[in-house]
Ligand binder design. Sequence first.
Ligand code: FES
Length: 108
Amino acid sequence: MPTVHYIEANGASHAIDVPLGENVMRGALYNNVDGIVGECGGGLSCATCHCYVDDAWTARVGGPASKDEEELLEGTASETKPNSRLSCQIVISEALDGLVVHLPESQY
Ligand code: FES
């Protein structure tokens, strides 16, 4: 099972095994990682699953998956950066084994 490394804004790090086909938001929620809320359950309507993809992984993960994601990223509580993504839109594949995501200070 691929491992995702979640780094909280305070530096706390969590290595979580996330099943293939699952998304990065649920991987955090199911394992009580602070820093991702996922209020809409992955319905692409809340932006409380904002994360920053580590620089080493941005090419592999790619940019916003859709126009809707792009628009939601404009309204995140914490600063939007070029490596910002909504974690519910990042689906885990073998290619993302070892993925590192940084969590913003706040989702509200
Ligand atoms: S969980 Fe709501 S947009 Fe990702």
